[in-house]
Unconditional design. Structure first.
Length: 185
């Protein structure tokens, strides 16, 4: 009997028509049936303030609980000003606090991102890797996935174009093996 894996998707863009959200929606269709997915909403988290550590807001407690229930997390993020979006950094900080209550600990991470720029999300992903290393999240290193958005990359049925599907399937297959090897739940 195959183990079942619950994967959380954290999209670093709040824009309704986000390219990264479109990629995340297409990505989950490439996984085997033993993997299920939950988009973890980061839009309603308050800005992290250490003063709240003594009385964690319910929205933060729910967020942390959702993260902790996952066998893996996939971060799909744009690059803002050569780094990760503030909303994603805030979510990372909220999930790691209060001190000694790191919800991200030991959850296998995958990172990818899409942008309209030629360097895609390379620098943002490196900054994200720095934070995830500190949070003790094993993070898949290869293959890397830096996507340059093009019209038609994801169709209206949330499928990758043939031009992108094989590349994305290779990433998915590697992440499946990574989670199977590293999941602690």
């Amino acid at each position: 009997m195959s183990k079942h894996y619950q994967i959380g998707l954290v999209v670093g863009s709040l824009r309704a028509d986000s390219y990264n959200k479109q990629v995340a929606e297409a990505l989950i269709k490439l996984f085997p049936s033993t993997f299920t997915f939950k988009f973890i909403n980061i839009s309603e988290l308050p800005l992290y303030n250490q003063d709240a550590d003594q009385n964690v807001p319910p929205v933060v407690s729910e967020f942390k609980s959702q993260v902790e229930q996952c066998d893996g997390i996939i971060f799909v993020t744009p690059e803002y000003n050569r780094s990760i979006p503030g909303v994603l950094k805030n979510a990372i900080d909220q999930g790691s606090r209060p001190w000694g209550s790191n919800s991200w600990n030991l959850i296998p991470a995958g990172i990818l991102g899409v942008s309209i720029g030629n360097i895609s999300t390379a620098i943002a992903q490196q900054h994200l890797r720095n934070s995830l290393a500190f949070l003790n999240m094993p993070t898949m290193n290869q293959p890397e996935c830096f996507l340059k958005w093009f019209d038609g990359m994801v169709d209206e049925q949330k499928n990758f174009s043939p031009k992108s599907k094989e590349f994305m399937q290779n990433w998915v297959d590697a992440y499946v093996q990574f989670v199977e090897k590293n999941a602690t739940h």
